[in-house]
Design a protein around this ligand. Structure first.
Ligand SMILES: Nc1ncnc2c1ncn2[C@@H]1O[C@H](COP(=O)(O)OP(=O)(O)OP(=O)(O)O)[C@@H](O)[C@H]1O
Length: 245
C-alpha cells in the first residue's frame, strides 16, 4: 500500500505540487490524468527518490521512504524512453536484476524465460535492443522492472512514443501482466482513453493539485477529464450520419 500525505514542491518560487494526498492499495493501478506541465513527472520522481520534496510524506507498507535512497525503495520508474543496456541481449537485459542479486543460473533461466513468454518476447530473447521495435523495447523495459518484483511501479507516459495501434496492444498487455503479477502501479498519462483502459482507480492532476476519485463514475463525470465532451462528439457524429442516411 502506498500512502502519499500532503506532498508539496516548489521550483524556486513556482509551486509544482500542492498538498498532494492519496492512497493506493496493493494490487491496484492508479491512473493519473494530467495535461502537460501539471507536475506528473515531478510527482513520480519524488516517489522514486529522484527528486526531493519540500513538505509531506510518502509511505510504502506503512514505512516512510523519503529518507530511503532510490536503489533501496524497491520502486521502479519507467519513462517514455525505455532504458536498456545496448550491449546486452533481451534475455540478459531482463536477467540483470537477478544476476546482481546472485541467483543461481537455473533459477534465472526459468524466471526470465517465463517472463519473456508472458511478455510475448520469447522469440526475441537473443536480439539486442537496437534490433527491436519501440513496442518490443518497452516490453523488455517492463520485463526488467517486473523480474525484481518491485513494491511499486511508476509509469510516466510509457507508451507516448508509440503509434496508436501498438499503443493499444501495449495497453492490453500491460493490463494482463500487471494483474497476473499483482503489481501496484501509478500510471500517468495525458490520454483519457488510456487512463480508463489501464486504471483500476483514477486521479486528475491540475497545476499540482491532485483530485483522487472515489469511483470511475466520478472520474468520468468530471468535465476536466474530457470523457463527457468526447461522448458528446461521437453522439453528434452519429446524429449527422443519421441525417445523411
Ligand atoms: N528541475 C526543475 N527545475 C525547475 N523547474 C522545473 C524542474 N523540473 C520541472 N520543472 C517545472 O515544473 C513544472 C512541472 O514539470 P513536470 O515535469 O513535473 O511536468 P509534467 O506534468 O510531467 O509535464 P509533461 O507532461 O510535459 O512532461 C513545469 O513547469 C516545469 O517547467
Amino acid at each position: 500500500m502506498l500512502a502519499v500525505d500532503a506532498l508539496s514542491k516548489k521550483f524556486g518560487q513556482t509551486p509544482v505540487l500542492n498538498n498532494v494526498t492519496f492512497t493506493l492499495p496493493a494490487g491496484q493501478v492508479l491512473a493519473v490524468l494530467g495535461r502537460s506541465g501539471c507536475g506528473k513527472t515531478t510527482l513520480l520522481k519524488i516517489l522514486a527518490g529522484l527528486e526531493t520534496t519540500d513538505a509531506g510524506d510518502v509511505r510504502i507498507d506503512k514505512q516512510s521512504v523519503l529518507t530511503v535512497p532510490p536503489e533501496r525503495r524497491q520502486v521502479v520508474y519507467l519513462s517514455q524512453e525505455p532504458l536498456l543496456f545496448p550491449h546486452l541481449t533481451v534475455f540478459e537485459n531482463v536477467a540483470f536484476g537477478l544476476r546482481i542479486r546472485k541467483l543461481d543460473n537455473a533459477t534465472i533461466e526459468r524466471q526470465v524465460n517465463e517472463l519473456l513468454a508472458d511478455l510475448e518476447l520469447s522469440d526475441q530473447a537473443k536480439k539486442q535492443p537496437n534490433q527491436l521495435s519501440g513496442g518490443q523495447r518497452q516490453r523488455v523495459s517492463f520485463g526488467r522492472a517486473l523480474i525484481i518484483k518491485p513494491r511499486l511501479l511508476l509509469l510516466d507516459e510509457p507508451f507516448g512514443n508509440l503509434d496508436a495501434q501498438t499503443r493499444a496492444v501495449m495497453q492490453a498487455l500491460f493490463v494482463r501482466v500487471v494483474s497476473q503479477y499483482a503489481m501496484t502501479a501509478l500510471f500517468v498519462t495525458h490520454d483519457t482513453r488510456e487512463a480508463l483502459t489501464v486504471g483500476t482507480c483514477f486521479g486528475y492532476l491540475d497545476q499540482g493539485v491532485l483530485t483522487a476519485y472515489e469511483s470511475v463514475r466520478d472520474f468520468v463525470a468530471d468535465p476536466r477529464t474530457g470523457v463527457r465532451s468526447e461522448l458528446a462528439f461521437w453522439e453528434s457524429v452519429q446524429l449527422t450520419s443519421r441525417t445523411i442516411d
